[in-house]
Design a protein around this ligand. Structure first.
Ligand SMILES: O=C(O)c1ccc(O)c(O)c1
Ligand SMILES: [Mg+2]
Length: 623
């Protein structure tokens, strides 16, 4: 396998928002070594190709490709001749740009002839003219090409044309979207005919492939296509050109180009690791959520403390030097941070009472910090007092801190004892810990979050759920790792009126929306919560009528569920789930008490509509 670290990283200008110079600057700032110049970006640029050449030179960016050249091959006369003239014009542009390679994508025109020999003749003629100017041509099968849409067809044509200045461009999207692969590439296609590689991922969507490609492509690791195995096959065939991202995505084109470019580079660094070519500090071994931290002021802390008390938490410790409290129930730790001039107070100023950090247990925090740095995710170190333990953290895309806590072993002291005066007292043996942490994410931010959790922590995506809020649709997908010890559902809503949408606008972008705690017995837990007057969400009687129809629960069981506001679900493998929700705190976040039985692996999505309607009723004063 070639040393991938020597394969330059490149990005197509079409991936990014802004005018051409902005795109080039963003690509260079992220650390790309090359760019594909999209013709449209050049057409709309108010300057000469030579200006672009100079900007690229100043930014140390190579122009890896000029594209696209459309509807060229196998056209009847007189278009055939006109197309060759058009090619000469574009060669002029390329020479002014300093671009050496042009991409011809397979013809989509209705008049294109179904004659591969003609296509080969035309491409040979174009390649010959290119060669006279020391330029080269690569041919790409578009998944929706009129007669050519598979790489094997494109290869037959290129092989027939048999010109040294003509080769193939392989694009992961076009191949993988048709559920094709690169089987047979190595051996059939000589390495020197593999001129260019374009990388894109995508979500699995059932839609026409043209719209899918033009609007929903993603960076590798953000979607569901087997891009890593595609790259592995191409490297095995001897490909030694640039790794170039070509992503058409509506959200990316409206987002800040520097952020998107950085994510693009991260996706390539991660992909190199996936194919075993350029290792990163290894993925962490995760073993759960050690604590969740809230930014509060004193008034919010009193109010939140009251709610937590009703859920069986007690004030279990006070920070030695800061205005920070530890609240605990069994294995669940919550930190209420009211310290002025801290990351927490900054968050409180911006967003009010909200989650400002979560702490994950990992085998080796320092190794994960090194991994974050290799992926250029920002690392954060809080000011500490003498004798306090410094807990490293990385910043999630919304600025939430993710602390990295070494999983306590018999040999290590739990983190709490250095920094907190832990009150003596036995913790009520109620909650086992954090079951999952759900976050609301703005539509334009989700792909950045996916990349963050997947590339840095190795969390893997679970099934996608579509949840019906009374005021719009919410899409939810959990990212899971550490054998289920870390579960992070990410919720997105296009509607601003859903609970998720409102949360995103109220909290300036994104944030933790609810925290679910695990209990061994939801019934016992909810009896206690009821006795303490915990404000649980009311569930309509109709829900329990329907439960009786769907599941073989006896009347006694149903009565208990209804009395304790518990929802119920079962998965196809026979696992079951009992869970209940608190009212939202300040219309922001809420808590869930959850019991998983017999290996239940989901999140009660079947009940989400009932929960969201109950929350909507409360918001609008109906309850
Ligand atoms: O959507 C298109 O037309 C288009 C153009 C050029 C490409 O390289 C490509 O993959 C798609
Ligand atoms: Mg392409």
């Amino acid at each position: 396998m070639p040393d991938l670290r020597r394969l330059p990283k490149s990005i197509a200008t079409v991936c990014l928002s802004g005018l051409l110079p902005d795109k080039l600057e963003a690509a260079a700032a992220a650390g790309f070594e090359g760019v594909e110049i999209f013709e449209n970006d050049l057409l709309t640029f108010d300057g000469t190709p030579a200006d672009i050449r100079q900007i690229c030179a100043d930014l140390d960016l190579a122009i890896t490709l000029f594209q696209p050249f459309r509807d060229f091959e196998a056209m009847p006369e007189p278009q055939r001749r006109r197309n060759l003239d058009r090619a000469e014009r574009k060669f002029d542009t390329m020479q002014a740009l300093g671009a050496e390679l042009i991409l011809v994508c397979s013809n989509t025109h209705a008049a294109a002839l179904p004659e591969p020999e003609r296509a080969a003749d035309d491409l040979r003629e174009m390649a010959e003219r290119a060669a006279q100017r020391s330029l080269r041509v690569c041919y790409e099968a578009l998944a929706w090409g009129r007669h050519v849409n598979r790489w094997r067809q494109a290869w037959d044509i290129v092989r027939h044309a048999d010109h040294p200045a003509l080769g193939l461009c392989l694009d992961s999207f076009h191949t993988l979207s048709l559920q094709d692969d690169l089987a047979g590439l190595a051996g059939a296609v000589p390495a020197e005919k593999l001129f260019f590689l374009q990388l894109a991922d995508a979500p699995n969507l059932a839609m026409d492939v043209l719209s899918w490609s033009r609007h929903h492509r993603l960076f590798p690791g953000q979607g569901e296509l087997p891009v890593a195995s595609f790259l592995r096959d191409l490297l095995a065939a001897g490909y030694a050109g640039p790794l170039s991202l070509e992503v058409f995505n509506d959200e990316f084109r409206t987002a800040a180009s520097r952020r998107i470019a950085r994510d693009g580079l991260r996706s390539l660094i991660w992909l190199e690791e996936q194919v075993g070519a350029a290792p990163l500090p290894a993925l962490p071994k995760l073993s759960g959520v050690e604590f969740m931290e809230f930014a509060v002021d004193h008034a919010a802390r009193d109010e939140l403390g009251d709610l937590l008390g009703r859920l069986g938490f007690r004030h279990a410790g006070t920070h030695r030097t800061k205005d920070v409290e530890l609240w605990r129930n069994g294995g669940a730790n919550l930190v209420l941070n009211a310290e002025p001039d801290s990351a927490a107070s900054e968050r409180f100023e911006q967003r009010g009472a909200s989650v400002c950090a979560m702490a994950l247990r990992v085998d080796d925090p320092d190794r994960l910090v090194a991994r974050a740095q290799a992926l250029s995710y920002p690392v954060w170190r809080e000011r500490i007092g003498a004798g306090e333990r410094r807990i490293p953290a990385v910043r999630a895309p919304d600025g939430t801190l993710v602390y990295l806590v070494e999983a306590a072993t018999a040999a290590t002291r739990p983190i709490w004892e250095d920094d907190f005066r832990v009150e003596p007292g036995v913790d009520a043996a109620g909650l086992l810990g954090v079951d999952h942490v759900a976050q609301a994410v703005a539509p334009g931010m989700i792909d950045g979050f996916v990349l963050f959790y997947r590339t840095l922590f190795g969390l893997e995506p679970d099934a996608l759920w579509e949840l019906a809020d009374p005021y719009g649709l919410v899409r939810s997908r959990a990212f899971v790792g550490g054998a289920g010890s870390v579960r992070l559902p990410l919720n997105v809503s296009q509607s601003g009126n859903t609970g998720t949408g409102r949360f995103v606008s109220a909290l300036a972008g994104a944030g933790v929306h609810h925290i679910a705690f695990t209990t061994a017995d939801a019934e016992v837990e909810m009896e206690r919560a009821a006795a303490r007057g915990a404000p649980m969400l009311d569930i309509p009687e109709n829900y329990y009528e329907d439960l009786a129809a769907r599941f073989d629960l006896d009347d006694g069981e149903l009565t208990v569920l209804a009395r304790l506001h518990l929802l119920y679900d079962r998965d196809p493998e026979g696992g079951s789930f009992r869970h209940a929700y608190t009212h939202a705190f300040h219309d922001r976040f809420f808590f869930e008490i959850a019991e998983r039985r017999d290996g239940y692996r989901q999140y009660g999505a079947a009940n989400a509509a009932v929960r969201m309607a109950a929350q909507g009723r409360r918001r609008t004063g109906g309850d």
